[in-house]
Design a protein around this ligand. Structure first.
Ligand SMILES: [Zn+2]
Length: 192
């Protein structure tokens, strides 16, 4: 085997350099929007973080991701740079190998006691939502996502209505981001 150079990037949380592929890239496009880059190819200024709740919390606390992404745009008020939304949390889960996708896979994960949190797309059919609630019963919390199956395809590659998070810390992050997103939307609505 010929030795191949693996591109390394530094995590904004723990500060360790790791192969680029193992990290999550947050990208800030020219128009100022901050989004996740699951392909690693989105144009824009990027910042990296390990797919772990601990590293994300550290990076967020130190404001390092915000700083790494900061580019002054004249005439534009400062915006929230750190994506505190659920898609971001889910992509971390996926990258960390802690995201189960699809009805049967989720059901299996719940029955084996692995699922920490089950999430349903906003446009999941009522019947399916009921079936999810039934197999989760009192064991696993079920939360509804403010996203459609189509929007969630950016995480799952194809439209998916049911997800389970298997890592307790990442499940906590999902709950937190869900709550933050709901609060933000309430705040923003009157202005729009
Ligand atoms: Zn890290």
């Amino acid at each position: 085997m010929t030795p191949k150079k693996i591109p390394l990037r530094r995590c904004n949380g723990c500060g360790e350099s790791k192969p680029k592929k193992e990290l999550v890239r947050v990208v800030r496009a020219g128009d100022g929007t901050v989004s996740l880059d699951l392909t690693g190819k989105k144009p824009g200024r990027g910042a990296y973080v390990c797919p772990s709740a601990a590293c994300l919390a550290k990076a967020r606390k130190a404001g390092r991701i915000a700083r790494a992404l900061e580019v002054s745009i004249p005439g534009r008020k400062k915006e929230r740079r750190m994506p505190g939304n659920i898609l971001f949390a889910l992509s971390l889960c996926r990258k960390a190998g802690a995201l189960v996708m699809g009805f049967y896979a989720v059901k299996d994960s719940v029955s084996k006691g692995k699922a920490q949190l089950v999430l349903c797309a906003g446009d999941l059919s009522e019947g399916t939502r009921r079936r999810v609630g039934a197999f989760c019963e009192d064991w696993v919390e079920v939360a509804d996502l403010p996203e459609t199956q189509f929007a969630l395809a950016q995480i799952s590659k194809k439209p998916t209505g049911v997800f389970a998070v298997t890592d307790p810390e990442l499940a906590k992050l999902c709950r937190k981001n869900l709550a933050a997103q709901a609060a933000n939307q309430k705040e923003e609505r009157p202005c729009q």
